[in-house]
Design a protein around this ligand. Structure first.
Ligand code: F6P
Length: 461
């Protein structure tokens, strides 16, 4: 069997694993994917140093070999804070108003991808199957091909893929997208992003596109693009629910909320997650139903993220202000409606908190998938499950259609869905939850890995 080599911007080396909340779903998902097959995981160490060595630091943890390199502060600024998170991230999340287009950061992005390829090259064996992840590493496959690698290579995009009319606002967009054709297989989270990608290839690149099979041909290169909705490690979440850490956290939430229904949101502090809009919706709920302030407590866990990027500093300040305003207006001497928590939490603690909260509120303005929605479902008690309120603009909404789907831009809709969730009869809660639980259990991370790597294996090079 071929060895699987996963490449992502960050590698979840064990010392960093505790604060799962801040890492987003990707790290946990890849860790679960590799735990089964063994293999190599390559990427940035999360550290910066002046003149970093191109030779990776290698360690093996639970059968997974992790190879990491440091980045220089300059590289980090141009590649990670710059092009990846100030250009591609906002653009891919339909926030062109926040996107910055600068030539230097684009060059830095290409330079760091080239560095990744040069450091990884000596570790690759002829039979390895290479799988690169996310918007940080779009050109990496082409860099490896230029070095003579003929291995099977796949790429998975964890974010949305924007509509063509938006993407064309990116200077040199053709150059970036054409590099993706160096991969043999391209994966997207759902049909919506896949369709946008195929549309772009056909109408902007002039490629030959077969929508049925996802086959794209251009300048002698052929690649296949398909949707592979990512899942969670369902079994792992079930087992975590049995731990003392999860039970104690659930108990702490329950005893501190007593007769009120606890509602939870867990998000990296990112403008794509729709957090200010969510607080507006909660504020609207209390405006419409002032007496229900004693029925509901909202727990927002929002570990800070990408703190050197200006738009992230602004969103943090905005949230602090909004949470403060609502609490100022609605608190009573013995109750506070919103608990706004900036710390990351371990997975065990999150599992306990999900379980104790009877409403999960997941309202991104745009999201590739959103694994919090799936984690929330996995952690519910079958006899008394909670209600998931889910943005229709998250990739997860295509699978979790039994959630209360909401327009995250509408405070009225959020307020109404909260009311509906609070008043939902047990039989309806059970029926909705069961169908979503089946999907989360069956379409899990193991299935996702098998589907993608299985398809990659089948392709003839
Ligand atoms: O796709 C989501 C993602 O960008 C992942 O690539 C990343 O692991 C996660 O969010 C967290 O982001 P960051 O590594 O910038 O903290």
């Amino acid at each position: 069997m071929s060895r699987l080599v996963i490449i992502s911007n960050r590698v979840a080396v064990p010392k960093a694993r505790g604060a799962a909340g801040a890492q987003g779903g990707l790290a946990g998902a890849l860790n679960a994917a590799l735990k089964k097959s063994g293999g190599l995981w390559f990427g940035w160490s999360g550290e910066t140093s002046e003149n970093p060595s191109s030779e990776p630091h290698i360690g093996t943890y639970d059968g997974v070999t992790m190879a990491t390199i440091d980045l220089s502060p300059h590289d980090l600024d141009e590649y990670y804070n710059g092009y990846a998170n100030s250009t591609l991230w906002p653009l891919f999340h339909y926030r062109i108003d926040l996107a910055r287009f600068e030539r230097e950061t684009g060059r830095g992005y290409e330079r760091v991808n080239e560095r990744f390829a040069s450091s990884l090259a000596p570790l690759l064996e002829p039979d390895d199957v290479v799988w690169a992840h996310d918007y940080h590493l779009i050109p990496l496959g082409e860099d490896l091909r230029r070095k003579g690698f003929t291995n099977r290579m796949g790429f998975f995009l964890h974010t949305p893929w924007p509509a063509t009319r938006l993407l064309v606002s990116l200077p040199y967009h053709e150059r970036l997208v054409k590099t993706m054709l160096a991969y043999d297989l391209l994966g997207f989270q759902c049909d919506e992003w896949l369709t946008s990608f195929l549309h772009y290839c056909e109408y902007e690149l002039g490629a030959d596109v077969d929508e049925e099979s996802g086959r794209i041909e251009l300048d002698g290169l052929t690649t296949i693009a398909r949707a592979y909705p990512i899942g969670i490690d369902y079994q792992h979440f079930k087992e975590l629910g049995e731990t003392g850490e999860a039970r104690q956290t659930a108990q702490r939430v329950l005893s501190s909320t007593r007769h009120r229904t606890a509602m939870i949101g867990v998000d990296r502090l990112d403008y794509s997650k729709g957090l200010p809009e969510r607080l507006d919706g909660i504020g609207r709920f209390f405006d419409r139903f002032p007496e229900r302030v004693q029925d509901l407590v909202y727990i927002q866990i929002a570990p800070p993220s990408r703190e050197d990027v200006e738009s992230y500093k602004r969103i943090r300040a905005e949230l602090e202000q909004k949470a403060g305003q609502i609490n100022g207006a609605r608190s009573r001497i013995d109750l506070v409606p919103i608990r706004y928590v900036n710390q990351g939490h371990t997975q065990g603690q999150l599992v306990g908190a999900y379980r104790a909260c009877k409403i999960g509120l997941v309202t991104p303005l745009r999201d590739g998938m959103n694994l919090v929605a799936k984690e929330y479902i996995a952690c519910q008690d079958a006899e008394d499950p909670g209600v998931l309120i889910l943005s229709r603009f998250a990739g997860a909404a295509q699978q979790l259609s039994e959630a209360l789907l909401v327009n995250p831009h509408s405070p009225d809709d959020i307020a109404e869905k909260i009311r509906q969730a609070l008043d939902m009869p047990l039989a309806e809660r059970k029926a909705r939850w069961k169908s979503m639980r089946n999907c989360v259990r069956d379409e899990n991370i193991q299935r996702w890995t098998e589907n993608f790597t299985g398809d990659l294996d089948k392709l003839v090079r």
